[in-house]
Design a protein around this ligand. Structure first.
Ligand code: XUL
Length: 530
């Protein structure tokens, strides 16, 4: 077989909050293999709950980076067992939870450079990290956010430069906190990666650069000239910070061939290309290939609303990020921390661990819930920035817990959908007759939930036919697209197709319009993060 006629495949990873997923696609982008490691269940020795650990200080949330390394060892073995022929993989890429930071020790790059193919990664990288990684669920850096905003000339100026006012989970404030409160850790660190560039480093055999798209979730990158902003760097660390971060690179870049470790251990081709990894939401935007007027809705540990943008328009709420592909120069993102984990917690409380039972309960209620509403925030919310809490309202407006479990089930989901719509519109998302919601992420398989979104948004809801996880699919597709552009070889892979799964009922406005101002009143009663 000549090299041109050999089967070509592409590998994508998603280092998400609760699991690591891998997927192999063919030249026509159809899914050939999949593997999945769930952190809490498959790696109980790390004692995570929902993939994270709570820190000692209020709002602190971290994850041990070695957990992700060990998960990679496991997922690779699963792919071996699934019969993946690694010699056909032309390129690989990945997605990862956004904003988290990985703090590499001084000798870590040397370790990455000289990995023995006879051993697992996690045994060889056991001492490569100086500390646990603060992750996106952390809300402990409010003081650092205010200091950063002040240092660059105020919140609007920071948003103009970096695409966002300062947010607790963003990497700049997280670095500032480390520099301020754990100086020895800061100084013992040779390089700081995002979770995405850390994961990429494991394949590259050296510390991978941060990509523009995920890099724009740090409050440090100037999204106009794609350089680190000096004032922001100065506010978050010392003179060594720029070299700790390294220069950022375009997201659609080949960073090098795969490390010899994979060639010798798994039989990868020595010229298999590693394409820059990026954030999960950035990757989802690439995987969904949203058209004008379409809004992406990612229903995962966090729920996010995603929209492609032509330019770096400043967002009043939410974030403007650099886009992940040449076709999507910028993107808007709105992140709700209370997504699937909150849905699951209340499902478990109300009916136990079964979505079927929960949906049966939901069916005993009517749309609009006879006026009963609830806002359930199990963790501090990002949009809007408020502390955890729970508020109910009954039809007359009095704050009272819904009368039965079934009302609570509907109040939970309707409250979430109302929040997604209201805050998306506040950010400037326009919903009209041409709009579509394209849902992805674990909860996008739940038709009852999607029907509520269709009614509340007055928009048909679609899902992608190829895969329910656009971030994961997007990782493999980006590997294929970047490889194809570089190699000058056209692939037969078509644009992913979408199918409608829920359309709004005609009376949606009558039911849900009056609930919007009520939602605003209720959310205003939560205590704000300073
Ligand atoms: C987005 C965000 C989360 C994480 C985890 O800004 O913080 O969506 O990317 O999925």
């Amino acid at each position: 077989m000549t090299d041109e006629t050999r089967k070509k495949t592409f590998l994508g990873f998603d280092f998400s909050t609760q699991r690591l997923k891998a997927l192999v696609i063919g030249e026509d982008y159809e899914v050939l293999h999949e593997a999945n490691v769930e952190f809490d269940v498959d790696l109980p020795e790390f004692r995570t709950a929902g993939g994270v650990l709570r820190g000692q200080q209020r709002g602190e949330v971290v994850a041990p980076p070695l957990l992700w390394v060990k998960a990679l060892d496991m997922v690779m073995d699963m792919l071996v067992v699934a019969g993946v022929d690694f010699s056909t993989i032309e390129a690989l890429s990945g997605a990862a939870q956004q904003h988290g930071s990985v703090w590499w020790s001084k000798d870590s790059e040397a370790k990455l450079n000289s990995l023995s193919p006879d051993d697992f990664l996690h045994t060889q990288l056991a001492t490569a990290f100086v500390t646990d990684s603060p992750v996106w669920m952390d809300s402990s850096t409010s003081a650092d956010c205010r200091a950063l905003e002040e240092a660059v000339g105020g919140p609007e100026e920071l948003a103009r430069i970096t695409g966002s006012t300062a947010y607790e989970r963003f990497t700049g404030p997280q670095i500032r906190k480390m520099y301020r409160s754990r100086e020895r850790v800061y100084h013992a660190t040779s390089r700081i990666s995002l979770v995405s560039s850390f994961a990429c480093s494991l394949f590259l055999g050296r510390i991978a650069p941060i990509d523009y798209s995920d890099g724009s979730g740090m409050n440090l990158l100037d999204i106009h000239n794609m350089k680190w902003n000096e004032k922001a760097l100065k506010a978050c660390g010392d003179d060594s910070l720029e070299s700790k971060l390294g220069a950022p690179v375009p997201t659609a870049s080949v960073l090098g061939p795969v490390s010899p470790y994979y060639v010798q251990r798994y039989g990868f081709k020595s010229d298999c290309k590693v394409v820059a990894f990026t954030g999960d939401n950035n990757s989802a935007l690439a995987g969904l290939r949203l058209r004008a007027g379409w809004v992406g809705l990612s229903l995962g540990t966090s729920d996010t609303v995603l929209v492609g943008l032509e330019g770096p328009a400043a967002a009043a709420a939410g974030h403007v990020l650099v886009g992940p592909t040449p076709g999507a120069p910028y993107m808007a993102l709105l992140c709700f921390a209370n997504g699937s984990l909150t849905r699951q917690n209340h499902r478990d409380r109300l009916v136990g661990p079964s979505w079927e039972a929960f949906n049966e309960l939901l069916k005993t209620t009517v749309r609009g819930n006879m006026g009963h509403m609830g806002i359930y925030l199990d963790v501090a919310e990002i949009v809007p920035r408020v502390r955890a809490g729970c508020v109910w309202a009954e039809p007359g407006g009095r704050s009272a817990r819904p009368p039965a479990a079934s009302y609570e089930a509907r109040a939970l989901l309707e409250g979430q959908a109302l929040a997604r719509r209201l805050h998306a519109e506040d950010m400037g998302v326009i919903l009209d007759s041409s709009s579509r919601l394209v849902a992805t992420g674990g909860a996008s398989v739940n038709k009852e939930l999607l029907q509520i979104f269709a009614d509340v948004f007055n928009t048909p809801v679609y899902v992608q036919n190829e895969h329910a996880n656009a971030a994961l699919l997007g990782a493999a597709i980006r590997a294929a697209d970047v490889w194809s552009a570089e190699a000058g070889v056209k692939l037969s892979g078509a644009d992913p197709s979408v199918s409608p799964v829920a359309t709004p009922y005609p009376d949606h406005d009558q039911i849900y319009k009056p609930m919007m101002p009520r939602y605003r009143q209720m959310i205003a009663t939560f205590s704000k993060l300073e």
